[in-house]
Design a protein around this ligand. Sequence first.
Ligand SMILES: CC(C)(COP(=O)(O)OP(=O)(O)OC[C@H]1O[C@@H](n2cnc3c(N)ncnc32)[C@H](O)[C@@H]1OP(=O)(O)O)[C@@H](O)C(=O)NCCC(=O)NCCS
Length: 144
Amino acid sequence: MKVSLVDFAEEEDEIRSVRDRVFGEEQGVPNNINWDGLDERCQHVVVRAGDGKVIGTGRLAPCGKIGRLSVLKKFRGRGVGGKLLTRLLAVARASQLPEVFLHAQVNAVGFYEGKGFEVAGSPFVEAGIKHLRMSKCFKNNGDE
Ligand SMILES: CC(C)(COP(=O)(O)OP(=O)(O)OC[C@H]1O[C@@H](n2cnc3c(N)ncnc32)[C@H](O)[C@@H]1OP(=O)(O)O)[C@@H](O)C(=O)NCCC(=O)NCCS
């Protein structure tokens, strides 16, 4: 498995394929939310399997919001999501962002807590799914 920071225009088809399967087909997220027009302004990270196929993806917006983190179902639980998130945090640090935040689906809160995110605020519904805002501050102590 290889994790890379990629150009959205170059990898759009593969990124679309993963997000359409995970958010569109699996979770029923409406197309206009899954594809909100912000991708061109975001930095994108992908994980490829040994055969070169993209199996996971995620993005970082200029405001510090991490999102669209998705791993194809059959590749979950093998560290792919963790690799994506670790790389997105490194990209955020390299972009001099003081902190990052995200809207976590409630069933993924534990995943983000494992990477040092903390819940900030009360649950809310987005795309028909209950979410919590989570954030992570960067300190100058070598943390991710
Ligand atoms: C959430 C998601 C990206 C995690 O990807 P993944 O490849 O399965 O995660 P990993 O295998 O890298 O797991 C990393 C760690 O988080 C833990 N973890 C994974 N999913 C978890 C969850 N839903 N709740 C709590 N912990 C979780 C793993 O046990 C692992 O812990 P460890 O490091 O102690 O072993 C993936 O499940 C997914 O694509 N889900 C559907 C889309 C989605 O809901 N995205 C999140 C939107 S907010």
